[in-house]
Design a protein around this ligand. Structure first.
Ligand SMILES: C[S@@+](CC[C@H](N)C(=O)[O-])C[C@H]1O[C@@H](n2cnc3c(N)ncnc32)[C@H](O)[C@@H]1O
Length: 345
C-alpha cells in the first residue's frame, strides 16, 4: 500500500497532518526503522492527494506492506461506544511495558479505557495510570493501579535486552529506546564505557549485549534502581557490565582516566557533572550529553556551556553529533549532543 516515508524528526508533524486530513490509515500499524517512519495512507486519499501531502511535508511516497491494526482499532471502537461524547476528551493512546498497560486518565474514564484494553489485548494483565510528573533526584513518578492484577514490576524487552523494574521506584521512558540503540551501535568492541545516571541499566545493558568485548560500568544513586540494574545484568547473562551504587561525583574516583566513552543521561543537571566526566575520561573521550531546552535554543545553549567548561580547563572540544531525543513539554525538547574531547598531554 501507499505510505509516506518521513525522517524521524518530521514524523509527528506528518502524522498529525495526515490525521487531520483523514488520510492516515486507521487499520494499519505505523512502522519505523532506525531512521524513518512509514505512515500508511488510508483509502480516503487517492494517489493525487497522497502526492500533494508528500510534497507539502517534504516526504517521499513509497509502496510498503503494513501490519493490520486489529487490536488497536477494536480497542478504539469499544472505547468510543463506552465513552460516548467523552471519547474526544480523553487520552486514548497507551504504552505497553511488558504485560502492563500504561494510560494517562482518571476516574471512570480510566476504568473504561482499562476495560477496553483488557478486552482487546489478552496479554495485558495490569492497567496503571500516571499519577503525576517525573520529579526528585531519582526522576521517578507515582502511578495508580486501575485494573487487573495489582502489579508494578514490569519485564520489558528493548533492543534485545530484558529489563525488569518497579515502575514506581525507577525512572523509565520507552522514548529513549532509539537513542540507546544509536549509542550502542557507535561503541567499538574493546571500549571502556561509563554510563552515569544508569537507572535500572538500559544503556549499560544494551551496550554490553551488543559488544561483548566492551567493558561497561553503570553508576546509579537510587538503591532500588541499582538493585534492578544488578538483577538485569544477571538476567541478560552479562559478564562485561558492572553496576556501582552511589553519587557519580564520588563514585568516579574509582574510574579515573577509565572511559573511552561516557553517557550522561540526566538532562536536568548533566552540566553539574562535567567535572566528573573529565576525571573519568581517557585523554580522548566521547561524551553523550543530554539536556532540556527550547526548540530553537537547546543545541546552542548546551554546546556553548559545555565548550566553555572544557576549554577553561585546556581541553579541546568538538561536536560530532546532535539529535532531538523527544518532546519534553509544550515548550521544551530533550536533546543529546555528542562531544569529542581531547585533554592536553
Ligand atoms: C533520567 S534517569 C535515566 C535512567 C536511565 N539511564 C534510563 O535511561 O532509564 C536519571 C537517573 O540518574 C540518577 N541520578 C540522579 N543523580 C545522580 C547522581 N548524582 N549520581 C548517580 N545517579 C544519579 C537517578 O536516580 C535516575 O535513575
Amino acid at each position: 500500500m501507499l505510505a509516506l516515508k518521513v525522517n524521524k524528526k518530521q514524523a509527528e508533524k506528518a502524522r498529525h497532518y495526515l490525521e487531520v486530513h483523514a488520510q492516515l490509515s486507521t487499520k494499519h500499524k505505523i512502522y519505523g526503522d532506525n531512521s524513518f517512519i512509514y505512515l500508511p495512507i488510508g483509502p480516503s486519499a487517492d494517489d493525487k492527494t497522497a502526492r500533494a501531502a508528500a510534497k507539502k511535508l517534504g516526504a517521499s511516497l513509497v509502496e510498503k506492506g503494513f501490519e493490520k491494526l486489529r487490536e488497536r482499532s477494536a480497542y478504539r471502537q469499544i472505547l468510543a461506544k463506552e465513552l460516548g461524547e467523552k471519547y474526544a476528551e480523553v487520552t486514548k493512546s497507551y504504552d505497553l511495558i511488558g504485560n502492563i498497560a500504561l494510560i494517562d486518565a482518571e476516574g471512570s474514564a480510566a476504568k473504561k479505557i482499562a476495560s477496553a484494553i483488557m478486552q482487546t489485548n489478552r496479554n495485558i494483565q495490569t492497567v496503571i495510570s500516571k499519577g503525576g510528573a517525573v520529579k526528585g533526584r531519582y526522576r521517578t513518578r507515582s502511578y495508580r493501579h486501575v485494573a487487573g492484577k495489582r502489579n508494578f514490576v514490569a519485564t520489558y524487552k528493548e533492543n534485545g535486552a530484558v529489563l525488569k523494574f518497579d515502575i514506581r521506584k525507577t525512572f523509565f521512558s520507552s522514548r529513549l529506546a532509539y537513542d540507546r540503540l544509536r549509542i550502542a551501535k557507535l561503541v567499538k568492541d574493546n571500549e571502556n564505557v561509563l554510563v552515569m545516571f544508569a537507572g535500572m541499566g538500559p544503556f549499560a545493558i544494551e551496550i554490553g549485549i551488543m559488544h561483548k568485548g566492551a567493558n561497561v560500568v553503570g553508576i546509579e544513586l537510587n538503591r532500588s534502581a541499582y538493585g534492578y540494574m544488578r538483577q538485569n545484568i544477571i538476567l541478560n547473562r552479562l559478564k562485561n557490565v558492572t553496576a556501582e551504587v552511589g553519587d557519580v561525583k564520588k563514585a568516579v574516583a574509582k574510574y579515573r582516566g577509565f572511559a573511552d566513552r561516557i553517557v550522561m543521561p540526566l538532562p536536568k543537571d548533566a552540566y553539574d557533572f562535567l567535572g566528573s566526566a573529565l576525571t573519568a575520561a581517557k585523554r580522548r573521550c566521547i561524551i553523550h550529553y543530554y539536556g532540556f531546552g527550547g526548540k530553537d535554543s537547546a543545541y546552542s545553549e548546551h554546546e556553548q556551556k559545555v565548550r566553555r567548561f572544557f576549554e577553561s580547563k585546556g581541553v579541546k572540544v568538538k561536536v560530532i553529533g546532535r539529535r532531538e531525543v523527544r518532546k519534553y513539554s509544550p515548550a521544551e525538547i530533550e536533546v543529546v549532543i555528542d562531544f569529542q574531547i581531547s585533554k592536553p598531554r
